[in-house]
Ligand binder design. Structure first.
Ligand code: ZN
Length: 163
């Protein structure tokens, strides 16, 4: 996608996010852009119908997730985005994924880079991020492009907790 399309898409997807989370995602995007990447928000808010379909197709493990958050009056208030590398979408390098995780962490967010991994692999990722060793050889968890707000559980978000 062209730079214009990518920026337009990111701007549109940001409008689907909770305002506090939106500022964090915007900061993560500019961090990555500052390092020469072309991050693309693939998806921000998801309707209940879309979540149901993704669950049926095995792309998510939850019936309600951070992507489904709404305001009290039912408008999109997403607490998660999926950020791809537009240079090689869905084939992201571990370098991109580690930098995304590091930037997310510094902005109070978490990614799914370590989800589903054993303790040893999680520790390897943690120390690579801590030492900013983005060339490190690491195992990658099942949802590394997923970025969500930190410090709030899915249950809390579902019950209305917001940053
Ligand atoms: Zn996601």
């Amino acid at each position: 996608m062209t730079e214009e399309q990518r920026k337009e898409r990111n701007a549109q997807r940001l409008t689907e996010c909770n305002p506090i989370f939106r500022r964090k995602v915007a900061a993560i995007l500019s961090d990555l852009e500052g390092h020469g990447w072309r991050p693309r928000i693939q998806e921000a808010w998801r309707s209940p119908a879309r979540q149901k379909q993704l669950l049926a197709d095995g792309f998510t493990k939850v019936r309600w997730g951070m992507h489904n958050a709404t305001t009290e009056d039912g408008n999109p208030d997403s607490l998660a985005v999926d950020i791809l590398d537009d240079g090689q979408p869905n084939k992201e390098s571990s370098k991109f994924l580690l930098m995304l995780a590091a930037s997310a962490k510094s902005h109070g967010c978490v990614t799914g880079i370590a989800w589903g991994l054993g303790q040893e692999d999680r520790d390897t990722i943690r120390s690579a991020i801590a030492s900013r060793d983005f060339e490190a050889k690491v195992e990658i968890g099942w949802d590394p492009c997923h970025v969500q707000i930190g410090g709030i559980s899915v249950r809390e978000a579902r019950n209305g907790t917001r940053p």
